[in-house]
Structure formats: structure tokens, C-alpha cells
Design a binder for this molecule. Structure first.
Ligand SMILES: Cc1ncc(COP(=O)(O)O)c(C=O)c1O
Ligand SMILES: N[C@@H](CCOP(=O)(O)O)C(=O)O
Length: 458
């Protein structure tokens, strides 16, 4: 399996190379040259999650990992997800199901991919003896999942940038309370897009990149996307492999893009619906054909307060028929504030994705409604998804909404909706008693570089 960059000017790599690179050297994102077909779809129902994960991920990894290495990594990763089904489906209403992705150690869907890639990084680094520096940008959940998954792993230093004052207190404490010396939480002035832009600046400085062995674990990393395909497969298997719709709370477009790869592998996914909060650039782009940046308004679903949606580049690459120069041109225009999608590409995108936007009031109302109707307490991101899904349910077609985080990660929003604060699970009971370790950093790439050079293990 060979991986190519969306911008067409980076070396073609195998799975391990693409995984350890994160962002391609030309600034683009890696994609496989072809998407493999998943055989035996009708034999998957009832199989353990780990077995389905092996069958889904194996075709992407090529000769990078032996079967035994991949199975071992999967077993160790998913042993940490505290639900027998790992990603259980819960019926909210006839025909509407919630795919619960928050039973991992940091209570968000990110654990599914992060736990696995930490295992794969460890195997690859042990084999090569290389040392790397992971830098990540987070609006709260990627960072906590990365710190949890990579803390204490040999040959890796981890630096996570989060926007100062714009993550929930639980998310911040998940990043600032671990004591492992190889992890560093950085509170950056600005918003998530600033963190993500600085991350790309670091990758695009090749001298720095090579000096520190820079690697990325955001969903710019193809290995993240691969691991996120698996739960679409288990959901379809549980629903009898019949045409099914999915609604996905969306920010960086990684989770929904994994759904489109699942469909390309042969899954009977009928519609993929992008659900955004008031930061609705993706909904506007799919509706109008114009991808134009405005200002980010902090919301009660902060993990989706994003304007530069990194994986949209992968979707554009496919919609433009693999025309890397066209994608590079759009990304240049994005630096000036936005771009217009060609008619042909817009039509191709609309064949792949529908979309909807949910206001703050609608999000709160949906948390209340679902609590009253079913007893389930949604996190605000999942509530955005459920609200959009309910506009699109059609008789006879199951709708699955991805529940991307546990409500206890966002107690203020939940309390504003239903007047109670959901309890953290027992393994996080001491979170508010632990001392925090965090460094304040300006939104400045040179300041970040010197901090990383200074703190990383030599
Ligand atoms: C809880 C939660 N829901 C939804 C999203 C959006 O997912 P994606 O960035 O893959 O679109 C995120 C952040 O990524 C998140 O943390
Ligand atoms: N919502 C995310 C933003 C980063 O997303 P990623 O999937 O690209 O890592 C977060 O919680 O950090």
C-alpha cells in the first residue's frame, strides 16, 4: 500500500512512513493511492471489536507490521476501552441509534485511534531505535487522548498546544495533571486554529522538523483515520449491513472522513451528514460552494470551534479527482481567507456529504429533550449531532449519530441544559485534586521552537 500527498510533491511512503511523518513534507496530507475493498462484510456481526479492527486495518498497513504485531497492538489498545462492545449502539428512538464512542480512558472518540497509534509508534520506534518529538494541536480531546496514550512511552516526547481558556476544565486537567516527564501541556494564546497553524509552521520548517524528529498525532496523520473507520464497520454489522445513514459532529473532518473511507471500502453507508455548531464553515461551504473564514465564536461544544478543518483537504483532493496542483492552489488561497470550490468538485462533495448547523440554544434544548425522552445525557457535541440527525431521519433507514464524548467532560454545558453535573467515572475521581503542570506560550512559532528544543529529551 503506497501513500501519496494531497499536494503531490512529497515522497510516496508506506504506512509506517506516512504514520511517522504526520504532515507530508509539501504541507499536504497523506492518502492511500487506492482504497481497499473489505471482504466478508456479512460475516462481521458478532465478532469481537478487536477482530473487526484487525480485518479493517490490515489492508492499510501493508508490510509495515506483521500480523502478530498488529494483533498485539490492537489487543493492548482496546483493553483500555471499558465497555465489552467497545463502541456500543444505543437506541434513542425507533430507527435512531447513538454510537457511544466515549468509554475509553479520556472519555472521547479520540481514544479509539490514539490508543492504537501509540502502540504502533512504540513498535516502529523500538525497531528503528529512532527518537521522535510529537507536537499536537487540540481543542481539548485530541490532546488529552494523546497525553494519556503516549505518556511514559520510550523514545517519544509529546508537546500539546491547547487554546488558553478555551477548553473545558476537565479537558485542561486531563492534559495538565499527568506526571510523566515526556509529556508537556502548552496553553497558547489564541484559538484552536492558531494552535493548528503553528503546528503546520513547525512541520513546514524542514530544518526544525528534521532536528527534532517531528511527528504528529492529529488527524492529519492517516493512521488516525484508519483506526476511526472500524466503528462505522461494527455499527453497520450490528444493524445487519443494510443501507444506513450516519450523522457526525464535525470540526476537523477526520471522523466523518473515516466514514467516507468506510463507504469506499464497501460499507452500505447511504448518507454521511456533517453536523456543525455555530462555527459552521463546513456547512456553509457545502451549501454555498464558498469556503470562507470568519471569526471563531466560542461555543458550548468547544472541541468543534474550528475554521481550518484540516481533513477537508483530503475530501477536496478526492472531489477534484486527485488533482494535487488544484488542491495546492486552494490551500494557498485559504491563507488569504478562503476559496471557491469548482462546480464539479462541489457536486462530488455533495454526493458524499449532507450538512446541518445547530445553534447554542438548539444544542441545549436537544440535551434536555433527549434526557426527557430517553434518560440519556448527551455531551454538547453529541447533542449537535443528534439535532442534525433528527432533521434527516427517513422511515426504514437506520440513522446512527456518533456520540463523540462523555457528558462529564462538559459539565457546565450539561448543567446549563438540565441543571445537573454528570459525575466523572471512578478512574478520574481525583482529577480536581491533582496539581497541574502547564506552560503558558504566546502564539509565536519561534517561542514554540525554542521551548521544544529546550524541553525535549536529547
Ligand atoms: C467531542 C468531539 N466531537 C466532535 C469533534 C469533531 O471531530 P472531527 O475533528 O474529527 O471532525 C471533536 C474534535 O475533533 C471532538 O473532540
Ligand atoms: N476537536 C479536536 C481538534 C483536533 O482534531 P484532530 O482529530 O485533528 O486531532 C480536539 O479535541 O483536539
Amino acid at each position: 500500500m503506497r501513500y501519496v500527498s494531497t499536494r503531490g510533491k512529497a515522497p510516496v511512503l508506506n504506512f509506517e512512513g506516512a504514520m511517522l511523518s504526520g504532515l507530508a513534507r509539501d504541507g499536504g496530507l497523506y492518502l492511500p493511492e487506492t482504497i481497499p475493498t473489505l471482504s466478508g462484510l456479512n460475516d462481521l456481526d458478532g465478532l469481537p471489536y478487536d477482530e473487526v479492527a484487525f480485518r479493517v486495518i490490515r489492508p492499510f498497513t501493508g508490510d509495515s507490521f506483521s500480523d502478530a504485531e498488529l494483533r498485539g497492538a490492537i489487543d493492548r489498545a482496546y483493553a483500555r476501552i471499558e465497555h465489552a462492545a467497545k463502541a456500543p449502539l444505543r437506541q434513542l428512538a425507533p430507527g435512531h441509534h447513538l454510537l457511544e464512542l466515549f468509554h475509553g480512558p479520556t472519555l472521547a472518540f479520540k481514544d479509539f485511534a490514539m490508543q492504537l497509534i501509540a502502540q504502533l509508534f512504540e513498535i516502529a520506534l523500538k525497531r528503528s531505535g529512532r527518537r521522535i518529538t510529537i507536537v499536537g494541536a487540540t481543542s481539548g480531546d485530541t490532546g488529552s487522548a494523546a497525553i494519556e496514550a503516549f505518556k511514559g512511552i520510550d523514545n517519544v516526547d509529546v508537546f500539546i498546544m491547547f487554546p488558553h481558556g478555551r477548553v473545558s476544565e476537565v479537558q485542561r486537567r486531563q492534559m495538565t495533571t499527568p506526571t510523566a516527564e515526556n509529556v508537556h501541556a502548552l496553553s497558547v494564546t489564541g484559538h484552536f486554529d492558531d494552535c493548528q497553524a503553528r503546528l503546520k509552521d513547525l512541520f513546514n520548517d524542514h530544518a526544525f522538523r528534521d532536528a527534532v524528529g517531528l511527528a504528529g498525532v492529529n488527524s492529519i496523520n492517516w493512521a488516525r483515520i484508519v483506526a476511526q473507520i472500524v466503528y462505522y464497520v461494527t455499527a453497520c454489522a450490528s444493524l445487519g449491513m443494510r443501507p444506513t445513514d450516519f450523522t457526525v459532529p464535525t470540526g476537523n473532518f477526520g471522523d466523518i472522513f473515516a466514514g467516507s473511507v468506510a463507504r469506499a471500502m464497501g460499507l452500505p453507508i447511504r448518507r454521511l451528514i456533517v453536523a456543525t455548531n455555530q462555527n459552521d464553515i463546513l456547512h456553509r461551504a457545502l451549501t454555498t460552494g464558498e469556503y470562507r473564514m470568519g471569526t471563531v465564536e466560542p461555543s458550548i461544544s468547544p472541541s468543534m470551534d474550528i475554521q481550518v478543518s484540516s481533513n477537508f483537504e483530503r475530501a477536496l483532493y478526492l472531489a477534484y479527482g486527485g488533482d494535487a496542483p488544484a488542491v495546492s492552489q486552494l490551500m494557498d488561497e485559504l491563507r488569504g481567507g478562503g476559496f471557491a470550490i469548482s462546480q464539479g468538485a462541489l457536486q462530488a462533495l455533495r454526493e458524499q456529504y449532507l450538512s446541518g448547523r445547530v445553534s447554542e440554544e438548539e444544542t441545549l434544548a436537544m440535551i434536555r429533550t433527549i434526557r426527557a425522552e430517553t434518560g440519556e445525557i448527551l455531551c454538547p457535541h453529541s447533542a449537535v449531532g443528534v439535532a442534525v440527525a433528527r432533521r434527516h431521519i427517513e422511515p426504514g433507514v437506520p440513522m446512527v449519530t456518533l456520540a463523540t464524548a462523555h457528558p462529564a467532560k462538559f459539565p457546565d454545558a450539561v448543567e446549563a441544559a438540565i441543571g445537573l453535573r454528570p459525575a466523572l467515572p471512578p478512574h478520574m475521581a481525583r482529577l480536581f485534586d491533582l496539581p497541574e503542570r502547564v506552560t503558558r506560550v504566546e502564539n509565536d512559532v519561534e517561542a514554540l521552537k525554542s521551548l521544544i528544543l529546550d524541553r525535549r529529551t536529547q
